[in-house]
Design a protein around this ligand. Structure first.
Ligand SMILES: [Zn+2]
Length: 272
């Protein structure tokens, strides 16, 4: 095994591989790298990389932008599941902050008279645009259904495609609050692109136009700062792709990390 990459929806102490706080799980001070190392009986030479899912997704998106030679160096990735987080790339580097806890845009207070968030506070952005908020506003009959996030996202999209009035107005409302969130990151970081992941990507045609309108109203620098808001091509898999790239980088740095398979293909000198 070359390594294990873990994407976590919460605050992660990356050097120790410990989840400090994940309000929607809910986990506090979980040493997940140590646990996995023991559970999977991994040697100390096998890397176990644990990071915030938005950071890993941002790395995946940024890598694909570089592959496309788009010369983009400032990118914001927004996760869209039960929780909402941001992976921030500034000047070509992941912006982690002093302790690695940056990007918690889902917990920026936007609605003082709103509902309680998983973090315990009132009116966080997440309570307005998290997947559960979208289900409540666009398809309330699905609120009690035990569907996984991808199925819920698909159901929302199908209802919007069929012209369901509640789905359309609910997603328009999500788009408005999403625009509030995007305008915060645009005013703070001036990115060239905002990439929407998770369920946002699935319902993008029904939320992006409203979000762009909101952004145009709220971008302090005006038209010059208006950036693209685009759906991730990776959908729900962006964080896993980012985690894979972190492990691949470890292998490129030290190829001897990958154990030689004694039953593997014969080397050319063996067959010569
Ligand atoms: Zn919160």
């Amino acid at each position: 095994m070359a390594g294990v990459g873990v994407a976590v929806p919460g605050l992660v102490d990356v050097p120790s591989g410990t989840v400090r706080y994940a309000p929607n799980l809910p986990w506090q001070d979980v040493p997940i790298a140590d646990w996995l190392r023991r559970r999977l009986d991994l040697g100390t030479d096998v890397p176990v990389a644990v990071d915030n899912e938005a950071n890993l997704a941002a790395l995946a998106e940024f890598g694909s932008e570089n592959d496309a030679a788009s010369n983009l160096s400032n990118l914001v990735y927004l996760t869209g599941e039960t929780g909402v987080g941001a992976g921030l790339v500034a000047d070509g580097r992941l912006l982690r902050g002093a302790d690695g806890f940056s990007g918690e845009i889902g917990h920026i207070p936007v609605d003082p008279s709103g509902s309680r968030c998983g973090c315990g506070q009132i009116g966080c952005l997440e309570t307005r645009i998290g997947l559960m908020a979208a289900v409540r506003t666009a398809a309330p009959d699905l609120a009690g259904e035990a569907l996984d996030p991808e199925d819920l996202a698909q159901a929302l999209r199908e209802r919007a495609e069929s012209g369901d009035p509640q789905a359309l107005s609910g997603l328009d409302e999500i788009g408005r609050w999403l625009g509030v969130g995007v305008s915060i990151v645009v005013n703070m970081l001036n990115p060239e692109k905002v990439v929407l992941g998770g369920y946002f990507a699935t319902v993008a045609p029904y939320v992006v136009p409203t979000a762009m309108r909101e952004l145009r109203n709220r971008a302090v620098a005006g038209e010059a700062a208006i950036c693209r808001i685009a759906a991730s091509a990776f959908g729900f898999t962006a964080a896993a792709r980012g985690a894979t790239s972190v492990i691949a980088e470890e292998v490129f740095r030290d190829p001897s990390r990958v154990p030689v398979d004694p039953d593997g293909p014969a080397r050319s000198e063996d067959t010569a």
